[in-house]
Design a protein around this ligand. Structure first.
Ligand code: PDD
Length: 288
């Protein structure tokens, strides 16, 4: 990709020229929300679902969406075009805008709207062949994890805890139950049946998660949204992570022990193939 172009408050500018005030409440308080949206072959993946989640996140922090969905679509399509298309990860962020530091909401501040994109490379074949390592960790976050807030310090610390242990993700446990990963949702497979924790305030309703459930059910696989006890993890045949950037990724070691056979499992392989087919459909314009 050439020098990236970003969208900031109505303008498309080279990344190095995009400036935000030090008074921005995103910078000072982490007072904002975000989305990460993949594009395959320049086509936006599940845009309406991402924009609905953006609406929910904005409602969760009592901020009105500054743009209607049609405007978001046009803006993001233009951004993709200006960055040369292809497979991209779009990052968008809305903060409560600039005002002198005061915790209470400022009167009349205009939200700061940012959208950027970077190349989306997908998972390396070697990673898919071997799977990845994860750890479990206590979910130290707040009680509004369904809001995709830019305030990510606990997630940052938890992900780093995983990296320090030679793993790629921390699977989070709250009161003995699996919630999600530091930046992903979690699926288990036991005796061929797929389970992922149900939506609620303790996890982000992942767009990838929803597509995996949809694809698995369409293919006749058993896929439930039900609580997953921490104790289930050690006996699971398969364990997966899902996110916009990691798609569906098999975890083959948990806390240093093999998961199932220690190799990516057959149910994962099936769902991974379905997911790749979905992406191909999007690239060719057959799907939205
Ligand atoms: N994060 N849970 C958390 C805490 C996340 O941060 C993410 C994604 C997900 C998966 O959501 P989705 O399938 O819609 O990407 C679940 C993004 C990718 C990030 O912060 O970079």
């Amino acid at each position: 990709m050439n020098a990236p172009v970003v969208y900031l408050n109505g303008d498309y500018v080279p990344e190095h020229a995009a400036c935000v005030s030090i008074q921005d409440r995103g910078f000072i308080f982490g007072d904002g929300v975000y989305e990460v949206i993949p594009a395959y072959g320049g086509r936006l993946f599940r845009l309406e679902q991402h924009l609905r989640r953006l609406d929910d996140s904005l409602a969760g922090i009592r901020l009105t969406n500054p743009l209607p969905h049609a405007r978001w679509r046009a803006l993001l399509e233009e951004l993709i075009h200006r960055n040369g298309g292809g497979d991209l990860s779009i990052y968008l962020q809305v903060t409560r805008g600039c005002a002198p530091r005061n915790h209470a909401f400022p009167a009349g501040a205009a939200p700061t709207v940012l959208a950027t994109c970077s190349a989306l490379t997908g998972n390396a074949p070697a990673v898919l062949a071997a799977g990845v390592a994860a750890i479990t960790a206590e979910d130290i976050r707040w009680k509004h994890c369904h809001i995709k807030a830019i305030t990510l310090l606990p997630n940052v610390l938890l992900r780093q805890q995983a990296m320090d242990a030679g793993a790629v993700e921390a699977i989070l446990i709250r009161d003995g139950q699996v919630t999600e990963g530091a930046a992903s949702n979690v699926f288990t497979v036991v005796d061929g049946a797929i389970t992922t924790p149900p939506k609620g305030p303790y996890l982000l309703p992942g767009i990838t998660r929803d597509l995996i459930i949809e694809l698995a059910r369409e293919a006749g696989l058993s896929c439930r949204e039900a609580p997953v006890a921490e104790a289930t993890l050690s006996g699971a045949d398969e364990l997966w992570l899902s996110s916009s950037t990691r798609e569906v990724l098999p975890v083959t070691r948990l806390n240093g022990e093999p998961v199932g056979t220690g190799r990516p499992g057959p149910v994962w392989r099936r769902v991974h193939d379905l997911y790749q087919r979905y992406k191909d459909g999007l690239r060719s314009g057959r799907l939205s």
